[in-house]
Design a protein around this ligand. Structure first.
Ligand code: TK8
Length: 336
């Protein structure tokens, strides 16, 4: 018994889903079905956030909005889900911003390496004027953007070697998100990057189509990438947000009171999901080690080598993204 309870303590502890606060919201007498689909698995912090969202919306609409949650790209990957929102065949999704830069170029700022030194600075940017303006600007093209959540800091994994410096990356086949800055990052570091949908990634790693990939610890574990990747390096090279999106067609059918309810629920989901993600990040890194993954933690000097090598990426993208925006984000970091 003693042993069982010990291992139960060691197992991943998710912060519990909070109780719903706030009154029941009066609708228009109609009932609504809301399908919410994401790319990550059922054991991700993101899916946990969806469960909270469902609880809030169903309770506060007194059951008039029914939320059906889907994970593991059951109804499509990030880009397919966004298209489905536009077509009105799916009501909600929460993709990484990165594959959406062809639609919303300003999102590329989140792909710049090492721009967000701490999660608190990411919060300040996303929850402050910059992030709120971005949600407004992304509420077009058949989409309504109602909130931010967190995918998190990305770490490199691979099946070949312990990576401690960019020179170790020579020729390594690394899967990236479908995003030009990510391609640029890995090319600049000397790797051989291939863009690919997240939904195809496990198989590609398993079959050796690519040698490595990069994602936050929680995603590495919840997607079982450690079963096909022996090595990891804690690079923290990019902070990726999730953006919470609603189909405009669905949105326009809702009474204003329910639109407001979805906005509030998205905010609460985002805050909770960040809390889960941050509580689990280090815990899961330890678990991955215990499960036999060889994890390299870089010294400040080793990190600096990556940062120096990646300086040209800023030169390539500064004008395209907007130097002003980058400077405003840097100023937030310095104000800390
Ligand atoms: C999940 C993706 C994933 C992202 C990626 O749908 O593609 O690597 O980090 O989390 O959004």
């Amino acid at each position: 018994l003693g042993l069982t309870s010990l291992s139960a303590v060691a197992a991943t502890e998710m912060p519990p889903i909070p109780e719903v606060t706030g009154d029941v919201v009066e609708g228009d007498g109609n009932d609504y079905n809301l399908k919410f689909n994401i790319g990550l698995t059922q054991s991700s912090a993101q899916y946990r956030g969806l469960e909270y969202f469902k609880k809030i919306v169903e309770q506060r609409s007194d059951g008039h909005i029914q939320v059906q949650t889907f994970h593991s790209a059951q109804l499509g990957d990030d880009l397919q889900s966004v298209s489905a929102l536009q077509a009105g065949t799916l009501e909600m999704t929460a993709p990484s911003t990165s594959p959406m830069v062809s639609m919303f170029p300003q999102f590329a700022v989140f792909d710049l390496p090492f721009l967000f030194p701490t999660p608190e600075i990411a919060d300040k940017v996303l929850d402050g004027d910059i992030g709120q303006q971005m949600l407004k600007d992304a509420s077009t093209k058949g989409l309504v953007a109602i909130g931010w959540a967190e995918n998190g800091y990305r770490q490199l994994t691979n099946s070949k070697l312990a990576v401690t410096s960019p020179s170790d990356l020579d020729g390594l086949k690394v899967r990236t998100m479908q995003n030009p800055i990510h391609l640029d990052i890995w090319r600049t570091l000397g790797a051989n990057p291939t863009p690919m949908s997240f939904a195809e990634l496990f198989t590609a790693l398993e079959q050796g189509v690519v040698d490595g990939q990069e994602n936050p610890w929680i995603t590495i574990e919840s997607s079982k990438f450690n079963e096909v990747q022996q090595y990891a390096t804690e690079t923290n090279h990019v902070y990726t947000p999730f953006i919470t999106l609603v189909s405009e067609r669905f949105w326009n059918r809702l009474p204003e009171s329910y639109q407001q309810l979805l906005r509030e629920a998205a905010k609460q989901m985002g805050d909770y999901e960040r809390q889960v993600s941050r509580t689990l990040n280090d815990q899961i890194k330890q678990e991955l080690k215990e499960q036999g993954m060889q994890i390299t933690e870089l010294t400040p000097e080793q990190i600096a080598t990556f940062q120096e090598d990646l300086a040209p990426v800023y030169d390539d993208w500064r004008d395209k993204i907007g130097g002003d925006l980058i400077d405003r984000i840097r100023a937030e970091s310095q104000a800390q």
